[in-house]
Design a protein around this ligand. Structure first.
Ligand SMILES: Cc1ncc(COP(=O)(O)O)c(C=O)c1O
Length: 388
């Protein structure tokens, strides 16, 4: 359809920054446009396509499931849904015992907030400055950026925002009325901000001392993105609630809210449900994704992440302020136009995404190779030389 772009722009509600391209298919690391040009995809739909496009194992699993059953309400049991829940609990480990399935990251956060309120009988939530947890009203209440929230205030929960990375400040915001602290192990949307090594452990201790639940929003950091199944595994903490989404469903829309036995015991029947949540197609996607997410695969994420960070750090440019990240969640903070660099990369057939005001974010598929990274870094070098 040659006029797809025009139709898209005419009929879709214009809430997204349009990047000017029409893609018709994907293959491995690449998205292919309507002119048959290949784009090396380090944006992966903001971290969804963790095994690239059309991966035969995932595609076969989803096709097979389409031919069996795609939708089944959670008031009935289903083989792949049960399997997905069991395997997620096992992979999360620690004190996690149960899963609630939904259809997006924001919904996973909505559920987490409601579960925290039900468990504690309290409503006050502490989130972090520059934290991002989604744009539905509940999730937006704990999302910090005024550009997303100000038109909708007052929002629905009693929320305070503590500076990210400071335990002293977090402590100041916790009160006897606090139900939970919600935080990202690495802040994604606001610029790939990696806290000090001790921060998550100290935040977890603080929550325990104050009888406050800890919600880890692992929607971006989870499912292997930082080199372990959960980023919190690297800090050795056991959050009371973990939110997952993005790449969990093999490209199918999915959200998951993982809880401990204590939290599970406080959630009454019918207090939170979803028509599509836990549909067998998405759950088959989860099972296929977990099959693919082997120890070797996670080691590859760590190794490629290290190589990517090292390669970006070798780029000598006065406009690069900092290269940071963990695993394949990488940000380059620049002093000049982020948009211009992203556009130049796109002209060179490389897709990356923005984070915060000054960061170029790379969220490549876990199948990325050193050769791909060399190509990206060579092009990135040319882009930063030409930026104005
Ligand atoms: C940490 C985090 N939480 C929540 C969300 C919201 O997820 P969704 O866009 O699937 O609703 C995102 C999305 O980028 C995210 O990065």
């Amino acid at each position: 359809m040659s006029n797809t772009k025009t139709i898209h722009q005419h009929y879709l509600l214009n809430t997204y920054s349009f990047r000017g391209k029409t893609f018709v298919r994907g293959e491995g690391m690449y998205l292919i446009d309507d002119q048959d040009t290949q784009y090396l995809d380090c944006m992966t739909n903001y971290g969804v396509s963790i095994f690239g496009y059309n991966h035969p194992y995932i595609t076969n699993a989803l096709q097979d499931q389409c031919a069996n059953i795609t939708t089944l309400h959670c008031s009935f049991a289903n083989d792949y849904r049960a399997e997905a829940a069991k395997r997620l609990v096992k992979r999360a480990g620690g004190t996690i015992t149960n899963v609630y399935f939904s259809n997006s990251g924001s919904e996973a956060v909505e559920a987490a907030l409601k579960f925290a309120m039900l468990t504690t009988g309290k409503r006050h939530i502490v989130s972090c400055i520059n934290g991002f947890h989604g744009k539905t009203l509940g999730a937006l209440s704990v999302t910090h950026a005024p550009k997303y929230r100000s038109a909708f205030e007052p929002l629905i929960t009693d929320v305070d925002f503590a500076p990210y990375g400071s335990i002293k400040q977090l402590e100041k915001h916790i009160s006897p009325e606090t139900a939970a602290v919600i935080l990202e192990p690495i802040q994604g949307e606001s610029g790939v901000v990696v806290p000090d090594e001790q921060y998550l452990q100290q935040a977890s201790d603080l929550c325990q001392q104050n009888n406050v639940l800890l919600i880890a929003d692992e929607i971006q950091t989870g499912v292997g993105r930082t080199g372990s199944f959960l980023a919190t595994h690297q800090s050795g903490i056991n959050p009371d609630i973990v939110c997952l989404g993005k790449g969990l469903g093999g490209g199918m829309p999915v959200g998951a809210t993982l809880v401990t036995k204590k939290v599970a015991s406080h959630i009454p029947k019918n207090s939170h449900t979803s028509t599509f949540g836990g549909n067998p197609l998405a759950c088959r996607g989860i099972c296929a994704t977990l099959d693919m997410l082997t120890i070797e695969q996670l080691k590859h994420v760590t190794a490629m992440g290290t190589y990517f960070l090292e390669s970006l750090n070798k780029i000598d440019s006065p406009i690069i302020r900092q290269v940071r990240g963990r695993g394949l969640m990488i940000g380059v903070e620049v002093s000049k136009s982020q948009t211009n660099i992203l556009q130049q990369l796109q002209q060179r057939c490389i897709l990356a995404c923005p984070a915060g005001e000054h960061v170029i974010r790379f969220l490549p598929p876990y199948t990325i190779t050193k050769q791909d990274i060399n190509t990206i870094c060579a092009d990135f070098y040319s882009c930063v030389q030409n930026v104005h």
